[in-house]
Design a binder for this molecule. Sequence first.
Ligand SMILES: [Zn+2]
Length: 309
Amino acid sequence: MAQEIWFSPLALAVLGLCVGSFLNVVAHRLPVMLEREWWLDVADNQLGDAEAWRRVSGQKGAPPPAFAQSAQAIAKSLEALPALSLARPRSRCPHCGHVLRWHENLPLLGWLRLKGRCAACGGAISKRYPIVELITGLLFAACGWKFGAQPQTLVWCAAVALMVAMALIDLDTTYLPDDLTLPLIGLGLLGAGMGWTGTTLESAAWGAFAGYGALWLLAYSYKKLRGVEGMGEGDFKLLAGLGALLGWQLLPSIVLLASAVGAVVGLALIAFGGHKREVPIPFGPYLVGGGLAAMFFGQALTQLWFPGL
Ligand SMILES: [Zn+2]
């Protein structure tokens, strides 16, 4: 009985609101944290790497002395920046720097009580924060309904959280970090191996393999035909994760749903939004949408493509 309360859709909705609040922080900070890491890597390794310089320039000898000075300057500037992690610093108003008090930071309620304005300066707080919290809460509740009031449902909630974070970051940066795509693959394989997701380990392994391979092949052909990059490696890994989670049988549904929605939104953007056709539209959010649809309605869809499976 106790278990049914803790994993009920209502309890999961509350958990989802809180997780959504954290995902807002992840979407905001993870890309910056990763970019800092790249800069540091360039300063610490790339600029002093004689072997790399030889490959790039075709010239023998050490990199120009200015490289070492630049590396030092970059490293020093990065070290001087205030520390940034998912836990620190505390959330602030982007306009005035006001540190949010706990009741202002409550998921959804904080924003509603403040009517979308900072308590200190009255500056607007983006609607995206409460929307992400609400969507995550609803998706967690939907997991409770679909997969039952049991601990295993948390695996699906974790997958949803990773997917929401990926969709947001891909929208913002057109980049899908390994820090999110690889855990989804791991979660899918682990969940299958432990019997938590109901996907057999065989289906999950083939799902990961075929998910990556199918998009890789599609992107490769597209590049050969059109001479431009259509999708990135992050998209391959995301579909690998969805394949590991849901099994290879659902891959066609995911890709078809993602492409259909992507095509409609993409054409609308080009037609009405003044979107240039050459600018890549991130595919990650559509894959996430296709993955979520397949998660909740997949069995019925699979019957369409593979009757009897
Ligand atoms: Zn403010």
